[in-house]
Design a protein around this ligand. Structure first.
Ligand code: SAH
Length: 244
């Protein structure tokens, strides 16, 4: 997959993108990442990318000309038009379903805003506009890295173990089950006995129950769309006990 970003702070991506799993994805040629500087598509001495809003108000807005020119130029540099994603707190909320959908794209271009945001006409260039949550950031660079990370780890071969993206939180609209490692007792806190039993059937049943119980406790909003059997749903509605 090729991922490109367009922003006024192209230098902030490298420390994250070159480390750990993102770095590994690039070394394994599963990810081809490039960050562009929006100012390269300005034509004045000051390399101006912003201007005051019509109608008054605080702060500066990103002006349309460099953004239109840059997006068109970047798109034409390579075969295959990129899927163009803009960021805004007004966008569609990014989640694991969107990450899965985007993991099938060949080429994505993220356009990151800054200052008070962008001239509204810029969004005409977007195939979609995403928000990473109900809060306001100073720029879209972190949003681009959040989405990139969540998408790239779903590309086959990026995570060491293919199974590991499958039974994680949000798969089937359930949270992940609790996990433990050695020591079996730490500061008086014991790992659930069943996990030490060596009985794989019992472990699977405990994990399934634990996922449902945790989701009901921490994220009840997910349950309506969760992948539950009729029996599990009935037990949930009874407020039933999950562990025999
Ligand atoms: N004035 C705008 C906020 C602009 S914040 C408003 O009130 O809606 C500047 C830039 O940061 C945005 O253009 C966007 O690219 C990015 N940004 C801010 N919050 C974000 C969020 N929750 N999700 C994704 N991007 C965000």
């Amino acid at each position: 997959m090729r991922i490109e970003t367009l922003s006024v702070f192209p230098e902030v991506f490298a420390p994250y993108m070159d480390a750990s799993m993102m770095g590994r994805a690039q070394k394994k040629d599963l990810l081809d990442f490039e960050s562009y500087d929006l100012r390269d598509w300005t034509h004045d001495r000051h390399r101006t990318v912003d201007d005051a809003p019509f109608g008054g108000g605080q702060g500066m807005l990103m002006k349309p000309e460099p953004i239109f020119e840059a997006v068109r130029d970047i798109a034409s540099r390579q075969e295959g038009r990129p899927h163009v994603i803009f960021f805004s707190p007004c966008g569609k909320r990014f989640d694991e379903d969107v990450a899965r959908r985007l993991s099938h794209e060949d080429r994505i271009l993220f356009v990151c805003g800054h200052y008070e945001g962008m001239d509204e006409r810029c969004y005409k260039l977007a195939d979609e506009t995403l928000s990473i949550g109900d809060y306001v950031l100073t720029g879209g660079e972190l949003a681009a890295m959040v989405v990139t990370d969540a998408v790239v780890r779903l590309i086959p071969g990026v995570l060491g173990d293919e199974a590991s993206a499958e039974d994680e939180s949000f798969a089937g609209n359930l949270l992940e089950y609790e996990q433990y490692t050695r020591p079996a007792i730490f500061e008086g806190m014991a790992v659930p006995d069943v996990l030490l039993s060596g009985d794989h059937g019992a472990v699977d049943a405990w994990r399934r129950a634990n996922q449902i119980e945790r989701t009901a406790r921490w994220r009840p909003d997910l349950l309506a769309a969760a992948n539950l059997t009729a029996e599990e749903r009935a037990r949930l509605e009874d407020g039933g006990e999950w562990y025999e």
